[in-house]
Design a protein around this ligand. Structure first.
Ligand code: GLA
Length: 731
């Protein structure tokens, strides 16, 4: 079903169910739909945007359809004539909406030679191009730009990598409807107990703003000037989901818009004041490699720590709980921790496995990409690293602080060393600061000449770079194919061995280092990397393209593309469905709240824990909100992700939009996510559902988010989850 149709159906369902049910005095005009255009690949020919330009030699391109052209421009031309009354009979004749669907990567769009919209930045803008591949091009245009006779829509498109162009639906040109012009929102600060409902409109309107929560309806008459905002704060109990229905009816046209919100709510119970060990049960290190491990204990500070059974070569800082040193001899070393504070004491245990394997549980930490993109600096990395400690995230095991793309200087020095650029005055110093606190440093590079962001990669300097990173104290490398694609493209028939080659090369350079460097492959799952990633001693490998903060992306990357991959994950080598898209993200184009709803975020985290996915936070941590911390700091949820058996989940059952994903845990129990992927909430008998999913009779069942026994019957919200740990009945 196309996006447009889906949106229409959602609107219609809303109209029938709720408050927008009075008759309207206008009939919405039908949009014009274009499924093809005149098309030219390459730099724009002179005069291509003018009406009398001769495009007869151009090809006809279907829309949507992608084309091949790495780093290339293309042009589209569409001529159209408006049906009679198209503008004059419209309820809002001032504004016409150009829905240009989604475009990979950037566009500049013109109506009759006047620019009506632009997304992304292209090479001719100067600087490093920025993709806007996931932005819906909905351009609102002054209808006076439309002409009575023939009109001309022209698009200049630039594609960054491989295939590009208009890729989701056809182009639609329609007169604005109230829903195009009005914004209904439920603004939150992440505290999870109140939100600011608001309405605004691109045109001056008068009407009724109505909101309903817990069966109580309130109405306000409002008069809004262009883009003026009317707001109303509402409060609720934060612990469970609350439905808020909001609508606005324009009294002039009778048209009505509405939206349902489920404001954020915090399920994770607060941590006790006493020390509680939230850490992994196993830790891997190579003989003689430096070990840096911060004991993940939550509870009041100050706290003191003790260890029992420490092997020779290791010391524990009893004040800050950082374990360091190295162990010369391979073997399993069981260690017991105790911690004390003014509220009491707590204990935990871990087996240190000195041998050939690292990352015995999926890596946890933070990476700069999903928030800062290429607009990164040491200060920004530092502020998130600092927050990792101050917000308590480090007490739950988040320990890697990974610098993504854009740290590299413009040129290598005479001896081939790649120094950081001026945004990173002292990476080694940052490494030292992290290590002192038991955290670890990560870096990013590409096997190609250039990285995805256009910075210098490691091609030809693999050993040099690995040596440099070792000297800086790097503990993690994300190695991103990107620029190496140019080399693969030149091969007559690049196959799996050609994809393995650069990763094997870096493996050799990394593994020579006297440090344990977690090796993270990023090549988007090409050549089924899960089948060979472990052979190049990778500790994790991306299985897909880049994630973004939409439900469609989580559905595709998580629920669709991870199916059938469970067998390839295990202690030391993990499938990586990409970083978390919760909290404040933005890829360097301004931070915004994740576009995932609260329930979608619970599903995202639950699925990642079930998948034994690396838990790499992608948001700015400098101002963590209560809701995001509640998602990240649930020790029972983390325990599933970090379970030492390392057996990833797969989807075992699905029906009517309900999916059950399950995995076995080291203690003989199981974890299961009952996900509601449909657009209506679902009430189910929990034990019966697990039995229906073929999981047998359930002896006990614990709701992991709420940290209490799961009820007999449960309502799973739209796109939400019930995440449980259960034991099977022995009989
Ligand atoms: C690719 C990767 C991203 C990020 C960027 C950096 O797109 O998949 O995770 O590292 O490159 O340019």
């Amino acid at each position: 079903m196309s996006r447009g149709l889906r949106a229409l159906l959602t609107l219609l369902t809303g109209v029938l169910l709720y408050s927008c049910d009075a008759p309207v005095s206008y009939v919405e005009p039908e949009a014009l739909v274009f499924e093809e255009a005149r098309f030219h690949l390459g730099d724009a020919p002179e005069g291509w945007m003018t009406p009398d330009f001769d495009d007869s030699a151009w090809e006809t391109m279907a829309i949507p359809q992608k084309w091949q052209g790495e780093g290339m421009y293309a042009q589209y031309r569409i001529r159209f004539t408006l049906p009679e009354g198209f503008v004059t009979t419209a309820p809002y004749p001032q504004i016409v909406v150009f829905d240009l669907s989604y475009i990979d990567d950037c566009d500049e769009s013109y109506l009759n030679g006047v620019r009506i919209g632009k997304s992304g930045t292209m090479p001719h803008d100067g600087g490093i191009p920025q993709s806007a591949w996931d932005a819906h091009r909905l351009y609102h245009v002054d209808a006076s730009l439309l002409q009575e006779g023939e009109n001309l829509l022209t698009l200049l498109v630039w594609n960054r990598r491989t295939r590009g162009g208009i890729y989701d639906g056809p182009i639609r040109i329609g007169m604005a409807r109230l829903e195009d012009l009005t914004t209904l929102s439920c603004g939150e600060d992440g505290d999870g107990d109140h939100c600011l409902l608001s309405v605004s409109c691109e045109l001056p309107v008068k009407g009724v703003f109505r909101f309903e929560t817990k069966g109580k309806t309130r109405k306000k008459s409002v008069k809004l000037d262009t883009s003026e905002v009317f707001s109303q704060e509402i409060h609720y109990d934060g612990g469970e989901p609350v439905q808020v229905k909001v609508s606005f009816r324009d009294s002039r046209t009778g048209m009505c818009v509405e939206r349902d919100f489920t404001p954020k709510y915090c399920l994770t119970p607060p941590a006790p004041k006493e020390p509680r060990y939230n850490g992994p049960a196993v830790l891997g290190a190579r003989p003689g490699s430096p070990i840096i491990f911060r004991l993940p204990f939550s509870g009041l500070r100050p706290m003191t720590f003790q260890a029992n059974g420490l092997p020779d070569g290791l010391t524990l800082d009893t004040e800050n709980g950082v374990l360091r040193g190295s162990v010369a001899k391979a073997g399993d070393y069981p260690i017991r921790w105790t911690a004390e504070n003014t509220a009491g004491s707590g204990s935990g245990a871990l087996t240190l496995k000195v041998g050939s394997k690292l990352a015995l549980t999926p890596p946890m930490g933070w990476n700069s990409w999903n928030c800062w993109g290429l607009d990164i600096s040491q200060g920004k990395v530092f502020s998130s690293a600092d927050a990792l400690i101050n917000s308590g995230l480090a007490d739950y095991g988040y320990c890697y602080v990974n610098i993504d793309d854009a740290w590299q200087g413009a040129a290598r020095s005479a001896d081939g060393t790649l120094e950081p650029n001026e945004q990173f005055p002292d990476i080694a110093g940052l490494g030292e600061w992290l290590h002192e606190r038991g955290l670890r440093l990560g870096i990013y590079s590409s096997p190609g000449e250039l990285t995805c962001g256009g910075y210098l990669g490691s091609l030809g300097f693999e050993q040099k770079d690995a040596d440099t990173w070792n000297a800086w104290g790097v503990d993690y490398l994300k190695y991103d194919l990107c620029g190496y694609r140019t080399i693969l493209d030149k091969l007559p028939k690049a196959g799996r061995k050609d994809h393995i080659f650069p990763y094997r090369k870096m493996e050799k350079c990394l593994r020579k280092q006297p440090r344990d460097i977690c090796y993270s492959l990023c090549q988007y799952g090409l050549e089924k990397v899960w089948q060979w990633g472990a052979d190049v001693d990778a500790n994790l490998w991306r299985t897909t393209g880049d994630i973004t903060d939409t439900w469609a992306s989580v559905l595709r990357i998580g629920f669709n593309l991870q199916r059938g991959l469970a067998a390839y994950a295990g202690p030391g080598h993990w499938n990586d469905p990409d970083m978390l898209v919760i909290g404040k993200v933005g890829w360097g184009e301004g931070l915004r709240e994740s576009r995932l709803s609260a329930d979608e975020q619970y599903s995202h985290l639950s699925l990642w824990a079930l998948l034994a996915a690396p838990m790499i936070i992608g948001c700015d941590l400098a101002q963590p909100d209560r809701f995001t911390l509640n998602l990240l700091c649930n020790h029972e949820v983390i325990a599933v992700d970090q379970d030492p058996l390392g057996q990833a989940a797969d989807c075992v059952w699905e029906q009517d939009g309900l999916q059950v994903w399950t995995r076995q845990l080291a203690d003989g129990s199981f974890a299961a996510g009952l996900f509601n992927l449909s657009d209506t909430e679902k009430t189910l008998d929990v034990r019966q559902s697990l039995a229906d999913a073929g999981l047998g009779a359930v002896a006990s069942c614990r709701d992991l988010w709420r940290q209490k026994d799961a009820p007999a019957s449960f309502t799973i919200p739209t796109h939400g989850v019930l995440f449980v740990k259960y034991r099977k009945n022995e009989e």
